[in-house]
Unconditional design. Sequence first.
Length: 184
Amino acid sequence: MDNQNKIPDEIFVSCASPIDDQLVQNIFKLFSDIIRNNVKTVHLLLHSPGGTVQSGIALYNFLTNIPVNIIMYNGGWVGSSAVLFYLAGKTRKASSNAIFILHKTVHPNTSLAAKDMKRRANDIERDDTNSEAIWEKHIIIPDDKRRILEQGDVVMDVEEAKATGLVHEIADFRVPAGSQLISI
C-alpha cells in the first residue's frame, strides 16, 4: 500500500442530522469502516436538535464501547437526544457560542385509547430513566436546573455546560489543511 492509500490515524467527521434510526445505521456503517481500518481518533462535529431517545441511547452505547478515541464537538446546537450522542465523546469540546438543551421525553398530543396512553406513559418513563442514567455518569446538574428539567427545557450556554461537566474544553472544530472531512 502506498502512502496515498494509507488510512490516516485521525479523521474528521461532521454530522448535522436529527437523531433517528437512519443516522444510527449511518454511524454504525461508518464506524465499522473506521474500526476495520484501525483509525485511532475521530473528531466528530455534531449539530442536532435531537430526535428519538432510543436512537440517542443506541449511539451512546455503541460509541462508548468501541476501540476509537472520539473527540466530540458542539459547533452550534446539541439538544435533546443529541446530548446522549454527544456524551459518547471521550473528550467533549464546544465552540464558545454553542448551546445545549436538555429535557425529559416529550410526545406530541395524540388521540390514544386509555390502554395505549398507559403504555406510552410507561415508555416515556423508561426513556427518561435511561436518559437520566447516562446524564448522571457525565453531568452534575445543579438543583436549580433539575427543578427546571422537571417542567421543561434546560438551556445551557458553553460556560454552564463546562461547569456541569458536559463540556471538557471550549474549542472550535478545526480540520487541518489537506485532511478529508466526512459528512454523515
